[in-house]
Design a protein around this ligand. Structure first.
Ligand code: GLN
Length: 521
């Protein structure tokens, strides 16, 4: 077929569907607004109410601000579960992304106002907006490729560059805007940028006609609503017992910790119950096994983000107080070190993706599970440099910034082995009807990881940074290695979901062969 007879959604650019670039740009602007806002949040909350050059803040203590920050960054991702469910059963991913983008524009718009009610309302809207947009746009990327298409992993790597381009631009620009025009200009900029994302998405609809459409049919007897699924719990004694035990633990958590944790645990109990019921409902052993291995891989996800997310917390504070940040006579502001991760991603994303693609073509080990486990180990080794930094501090009262740069480099390579790969893996393993929900569960796992990171980070005030960094290094390397040890049985559970990936399209520039497009497992 010549390119002139192709429909817009069939057209390609650099060997990838054009729809990928539409989703890339939408997500880039969304991540700009998210990371821009995230960078300002704690600073705004802790600035005195009488204010400084940037205008008045909320006058909160560090502890209060960090507590809200922890809940906020967790909730944006946990809300991906309802966001995914709404897409699966009510409106489809494409509309969910649209509604999410509109809600995000409203949220950032409200944050321009200076009242406290506007602050809470704005954050609430951002949480809802991200919950609707983030998992579903990622599932849509997967939907651009047929089962077995080898371009999928690379597509996710490109998409991941978009995420980090947004994050990089935000961390570089938004601080300058706030310094010049104040807090609310920064919040406003996030809103304007999100509006660009929305417009780009609307413009790009013609390239996305084949993906993210609502496919749930209430009247189809093979379809089942989440409500029906959940109610089946009461006629499944084994699963009900597990759910009751989890509920009791949640209630215990409510009384011994704080009500927020109680609610979170109850929510997780509902999610686990739903997962058990989906597992039971899946009609072939292949689907059941794939679902199981996906859930097991989420353990790696929690471990990974639980360590990685020290970046914004403990490592950030360490940078501020213990790293010698002076370069050629200029003291680099602490926040600028946050751009290293996004910058390294942009530099290395395609390199890492190509390494994997080449390995795969040569028939060497390149399964997603292997990459994810290796990602944990590589990221874990990044903490070795933080251990060196802490040792240097003990000796000389300061740490060189090279340790930090090396740590972020390893963290980023680890992230590239795990994060885009995990997104792609989910879209390969999940039956289409649960695709958005499982993407939501994945993001919720990353959110839980962030919460764990906060708790681990806080423990540094009792044990010291050296011990915490060393502990993370040892723990992550052990967990990653354990997963590599059990790789074979785990891979068996995927039932070859990744074994048949082949070139499924012609790309004259690279001379790929045209494979049978109906290839299936
Ligand atoms: N940094 C990535 C993003 O913003 C991953 C975040 C996550 O999965 N928690 O999309």
């Amino acid at each position: 077929m010549s390119s002139t007879t192709l429909q817009p959604h069939q057209r390609e650019l650099f060997g990838q569907p054009i729809g990928l670039y539409i989703l890339f740009l939408t997500e880039m602007w969304e991540r700009f607004s998210y990371y821009g806002m995230r960078a300002l949040l704690v600073l705004y909350m802790t600035t005195e109410t009488i204010g400084d050059d940037r205008g008045p803040g909320l006058g909160w203590t560090d502890k209060e601000a960090l507590a809200l920050y922890g809940w906020y960054t967790m909730l944006v991702y946990v809300m991906s579960i309802p966001g995914g469910m709404i897409a699966d059963k009510l409106i489809g991913q494409k509309k969910a992304v649209l509604v999410g983008a509109i809600v995000l524009c409203l949220g950032h718009g409200v944050l321009v106002l200076t009242d406290v009610w506007a602050f809470y309302t704005g954050l609430g809207l951002v949480i809802l907006g991200v919950g609707l947009l983030k998992p579903n746009i990622s599932t849509m990327v997967g939907g651009l490729y047929k089962e077995g298409d080898i371009r999928r992993d690379k597509g996710f790597s490109i998409f991941y560059i978009g995420i980090n381009l947004g994050s990089l631009l935000a961390t570089l620009i938004i601080g300058l805007v706030v310094a010049e025009w104040g807090w609310h200009a920064g919040f406003g900029l996030a809103g304007v940028v999100m509006l660009l994302g929305l417009m780009n998405y609307l413009y790009g609809q013609k390239y996305l006609t084949q993906v993210g459409n609502f496919e749930y049919d209430k009247n189809d007897e093979n379809e089942i609503s989440y409500g029906q699924l959940f109610s089946k719990l009461f006629s499944s004694p084994k699963q009900l017992m597990i759910a009751i035990v989890l509920l009791l633990i949640s209630l215990y958590g409510w009384y011994t910790l704080e009500w927020g944790y109680g609610l979170l645990f109850i929510f997780l109990t509902v999610v686990v119950s739903l997962m058990m019921m989906i597992y039971k409902e899946l009609n072939t052993q292949i689907y059941k096994d794939r679902f199981l291995v996906l859930l097991i891989s989420f353990i790696m996800v929690i471990v990974f983000w639980g360590a990685f997310e020290q970046a914004g917390g403990l490592m950030n504070l360490y940078t501020e107080s213990k790293i010698d940040r002076v370069l050629f006579g200029w003291e680099i502001p602490t926040v600028m070190f946050q751009s290293l991760n996004a910058g390294f991603i942009i530099i290395f994303a395609t390199v890492v993706a190509s390494v994997w693609a080449k390995r795969k073509l040569k028939g060497k080990e390149a399964s997603s599970l292997f990459k994810m486990a290796l990602g944990i180990i590589i990221m874990g080794f990044g903490f070795l440099f933080m251990v060196f930094a802490a040792m240097e501090f003990e000796r000389s009262g300061t740490s060189s910034m090279i340790w930090l740069v090396l740590a972020y480099l390893f963290h980023t390579i680890g992230e590239l082995c795990l994060s885009p790969v995990a997104l792609s893996f989910i879209t390969k393993l999940t039956p289409v009807k649960y695709a958005s929900l499982m993407m939501g569960v994945y993001f919720a796992a990353t959110g839980l990881g962030s919460k764990v990171a906060g708790i681990v980070g806080e423990s540094a005030s009792d044990f010291g940074e050296y011990t915490v960094f060393l502990g993370i290094l040892v723990f992550t390397v052990i967990i990653g290695s354990l997963f590599i040890l059990i790789l074979k049985p785990l891979k068996r559970l995927t039932h070859g979901a990744e074994d048949n990936e082949r070139m499924m399209h012609t790309d004259e520039t690279e001379g790929f062969e045209l494979a049978d497009p109906d290839i299936n497992n």
